[in-house]
Write a protein that binds this ligand. Structure first.
Ligand SMILES: Nc1ncnc2c1ncn2[C@@H]1O[C@H](COP(=O)(O)OP(=O)(O)OP(=O)(O)O)[C@@H](O)[C@H]1O
Ligand code: SF4
Ligand SMILES: [Mg+2]
Length: 342
């Protein structure tokens, strides 16, 4: 394992006026253990575009949340980060925490899985949604609360004035998540990171929330990073897909292309086990045999090889790690023996 000080990006890129709104380059996260630092995000690069929903997909433990938290500067204590997060001419990874506090909730916002923990039980909904405007824009309390009511309407809450006077416990889970989205979007961020925003909700509400995010992303022209373990949810709602396995991106590209012609055996396996929302549910859900390896116990070569029917016994797969290639250049994969894409 290399030390974190060895993990500086190989080449430093600068932000251009055109192109992606956010570029993540060679992002690495390591956790200190008594013996050494163990990498849990291993050199991830991707672009986020205005008006585009990019889904970051992978099984539990693959490093999706750590990627999102690293972008927000919200990693757990003791975690180490390297790489670049380029947004509007600045490298967020190089900002001191005092500057990052200004960016978070203003230019980059987040919605988490469990809305109840994100909301303050003793503040009214209106006060909470107004808060980012007061902090980041120094808007007066009165004007911010008026804007909050308008935003509560934009996220589809009926009678927003009434909702603004209510408290979190008085709302359903779906309504609370709409409130969190309103709070995240009140400053019109460039990037919204939505980490499993629908996992705690029932199937119908899940789709409503995803539709809402898509609509708002179009209206506000922001880039959305949708973090999820569930490919069935992104089937019709993502524009671009990044597949993550054991801390690395293993396939990336336009959603339609990946969903129709997955090249990486892991993506194909995820698609096979993804429930089809259009079909009635019932019976046991299929799973991919085997487990995501723990960061301190990854197999050599391609980390997926012990679970891969193609590469399990191939010497190259067992000894050499395939690289995915540069970000943002169409459909790419990290695999020595990709599937035939017909
Ligand atoms: N605070 C922590 N300290 C040490 N290791 C951690 C910590 N948080 C997460 N990890 C490890 O980092 C790896 C990536 O975790 P992460 O939460 O990013 O996964 P994920 O893809 O978001 O999974 P899920 O779908 O379950 O949310 C996992 O192996 C996890 O055990
Ligand atoms: S590199 Fe080999 S083991 Fe890894 S996914 Fe491709 S075929 Fe399977
Ligand atoms: Mg997670």
């Amino acid at each position: 394992m290399r030390r974190m000080s060895d993990l500086a990006p190989a080449s430093v890129e600068t932000e251009s006026a055109a192109g992606p709104v956010c570029r993540v380059r060679d992002l690495r996260v390591a956790i200190r253990t008594p013996g050494e630092a163990v990498e849990i995000v291993c050199g991830v690069s991707f672009d986020l575009h205005a008006g585009r929903t990019t889904a970051l997909v992978g099984e539990s433990g693959s490093g999706k949340s750590m990627t999102g938290l690293a972008m927000l500067g919200l990693l757990p204590r003791g975690a180490l980060r390297a790489g670049q997060i380029l947004l509007a001419g600045r490298d967020l990874a190089a900002l001191p925490e005092s500057d990052m506090r200004q960016v978070r909730g203003d230019r980059v916002a987040v919605v988490f899985q469990e809305p109840m923990t994100a909301l303050n039980p003793v503040l009214s909904i209106g006060q909470q949604v107004a808060e980012p405007l007061c902090i980041h824009r120094k808007t007066s309390r009165r004007a911010a609360e008026a804007a909050a009511i308008e935003m509560l309407g934009r996220v589809g809450l009926p009678d927003p004035r009434r909702v603004a006077g209510q408290y979190p416990h008085q709302l359903s889970g779906g309504m609370r998540q709409r409130v969190c989205i309103a709070m995240a979007l009140i400053c019109h961020p460039d990037v919204l990171i939505a980490d499993e925003p629908t996992t705690a909700l029932d199937a119908t509400t899940q789709l409503q929330i995803l539709d809402l995010l898509r609509q708002l992303q179009t209206d506000f022209g922001m880039a959305v990073l949708l973090i999820t373990h569930d490919l069935s949810l992104v089937r019709q709602r993502a524009d671009w897909i990044e597949i993550m396995y054991a801390g690395r991106l293993v396939e990336q590209g336009p959603a339609g292309e990946i969903l129709r012609h997955a090249a990486h055996p892991y993506t194909a396996a995820l698609l096979e086990v993804a429930p089809d929302l259009a079909r009635p549910r019932g019976g046991r859900l299929p799973v991919i045999a085997g487990d995501v390896p723990q960061p301190y116990d990854r197999p050599p070569g391609c980390a997926f090889h012990p679970r891969c029917e193609t590469g399990r016994d191939l010497p190259q797969c067992r000894s050499e790690t395939p690289e995915i290639g540069p970000a943002g250049q169409g459909h790419r994969w990290a695999c020595w023996h990709p599937r035939s894409r017909g």
